[in-house]
Design a protein around this ligand. Structure first.
Ligand code: HEM
Length: 476
């Protein structure tokens, strides 16, 4: 009896794994780094990059990875990434459709996860919230929150070296709270908002491997499942109450949620309550850790590259002097654009994107990817590939000068992804990054730390350093 049950269990698991691409993983023709991916090494994305380099030419276009419970085929060249990101006949989005049902409710009904006509409908409702005019409205918010951040930096700098990562995660959260809901989280003042706590709690509880592999575990009466369900209920309650308040207080509201509600009410097919909740959730997910990562690395690189910092400072002073820049002035600083681009090339906030599915069998340069397999692209590898970039490990903003950009492969630089599904918040993030850097250099000279380690400690695939210490020397 026991052996029969065991045999049935093994057969069931094998069948399930087969459906998840096990056969292709074991016997398909692409190379894999094996379980390197699961080691959770701090420098994981650079280890993966090294592995891809060492295994060329076999890994030139694609390699494969085992991701907890399924195989993923990853594009490693600009051409292969371009194919995946632009061929709508063979590839579609596959985001938010795994894990427990409650996670799918939150992850799976928004602009990031939607496909086809559903995505076009949602995207059109976003146009007001992310149109050119809306940035002029968010601009004063960015400026005020940035100035508050500079005050916090100044206080902290009096005590010695400053770990900018801690501050930037709070700074970008406060910017996002005010721009999405018009709510000041005051996280730079040390407050822990209940919204943010519920959001973080849900991510922490929901992203456990056991729930991804066996979503039904969340229905069982045991500690982690209870915690998960409580966090989910709290988050839904809070997000619903914000949406309700916004619906009842119309007029003059300029935040992203107000835009989405207004657009939904005037469209034939607006967002449902579930879609509104899911969209606000995903804006949180997409909208602040990413920019905080970009800025942390940017400050770190400025501290290590004094000549670049000085040239940038001179450009800022020549355009805006020592006062707050206007919206128009922010767009008149080409060297600042170049420095930000080079920082996101070397340190892309999102290193690896695995959120697509092959809807048909794919044949590309002699590689066959079976239908229904998960596919993605390796931004970090493409950004560091010596086939594309000369001395890829040196920080050189000149790569992004107008002259040199002319000869660049369009898919060689893709921190915000490219194609129809590229980041809708890229301008939002770039303006935030511009204002922050302008105010930072107007206020401080950024130097390497005096006591702490000058190297930023890395964490794995979500590429935010754990700590990045600098000395902030007031300019006056
Ligand atoms: C440095 C900052 C950021 C980076 C590096 C970044 C990166 C990305 C990437 C790589 C994608 C494509 C994902 C995929 O193809 O599966 C994406 C999509 C998206 N991002 Fe961002 N993002 C940033 C900031 C933001 C901000 C500030 C917001 C909103 C406030 C935002 C909202 C979105 C949305 C809604 C999508 C989905 C677009 C669609 O599918 O049509 N992102 N982002």
């Amino acid at each position: 009896m026991l052996y029969t049950l065991l045999a049935i269990a093994i057969a069931a698991i094998t069948y399930w794994l087969y459906g998840r691409g096990l056969y292709f993983y074991l016997f398909g023709d692409l190379k894999t780094p094996g379980f390197l991916f699961l080691l959770r090494n701090r420098n994981q994305e650079m280890l993966l990059h090294k592995w891809v380099e060492d295994n060329k030419p076999a890994t030139k276009d694609f390699y494969k990875l085992w991701l907890f419970d399924q195989v993923a085929v990853v594009a490693a060249s600009p051409d292969a990434a371009k194919f995946l990101l632009t061929d709508r006949d063979h590839v579609e989005k596959a985001f938010g459709k795994r894990g427990p049902v409650k996670a799918q409710e939150l992850f799976g009904h928004n602009i990031v996860s939607a496909e086809g006509a559903d995505w076009r409908r949602q995207k059109s409702l976003y146009s007001g919230a992310f149109g050119q005019d809306s940035y002029k409205i968010y601009f004063p918010i960015f400026t005020e929150v940035t100035k508050k951040c500079m005050k916090k930096f100044a206080d902290d700098a009096e005590k010695g070296d400053v770990d900018v990562v801690q501050w930037l995660s709070k700074f970008t959260l406060d910017v996002l709270g005010l721009s999405i809901f018009e709510i000041d989280f005051q996280s730079m003042d040390g407050k822990i908002s209940e919204y943010y706590e519920a959001y973080r709690g849900f991510l922490k509880e929901g992203f456990q491997a056991k729930f991804l592999i066996a979503p039904w575990l969340t229905s069982l009466p045991f500690g982690p499942a209870t915690k998960y369900n409580q966090c989910h209920a709290k988050l839904i309650e809070l997000l619903s109450s914000i949406i309700e308040q916004k619906r009842n207080h119309k007029g003059g509201k300029t935040d992203i949620l107000a835009h989405l509600i207004q657009a939904s009410e005037s469209a034939d097919q607006g967002l449902t309550q579930q879609e509104l909740i899911s969209n606000v959730f995903v804006l949180f997910l997409a909208g602040h850790d990413t920019t905080s990562s970009a800025l942390s690395w940017l400050v770190y690189e400025l501290s290590r590259n004094q000549d670049i910092q000085e040239r940038l400072y001179q450009q800022i002073i020549s355009v805006a002097g020592e006062r707050d820049p206007t919206y128009e002035e922010v767009h008149k600083m080409p060297y600042l654009d170049m420095v930000i681009s080079e920082s996101m090339r070397m340190h892309p906030p999102v290193t690896l994107i695995i959120s697509r599915k092959a809807t048909e069998e794919i044949h590309y340069n002699g590689v066959t990817i079976p239908k229904d397999h998960i596919v993605g692209f390796d931004i970090n590898h493409i950004h560091h590939s010596p086939d594309i970039w000369e001395n890829p490990e040196s920080f050189d903003p000149e790569r992004f000068s107008a002259e040199r950009k002319k000869g660049m492969h369009r898919f060689a630089y893709l921190p915000f992804s490219l194609g129809p599904r590229q980041c809708i918040g890229n301008t939002f993030s770039l303006i935030e990054q511009h204002i922050f850097t302008i105010k930072l250099l107007q206020t401080f000279k950024v130097l390497p730390p005096q006591k702490e380690s000058a190297e930023a400690t890395r964490v794995s695939f979500i590429n935010t350093p754990e700590k990045a210490w600098v000395t902030l020397q007031p300019r006056k």
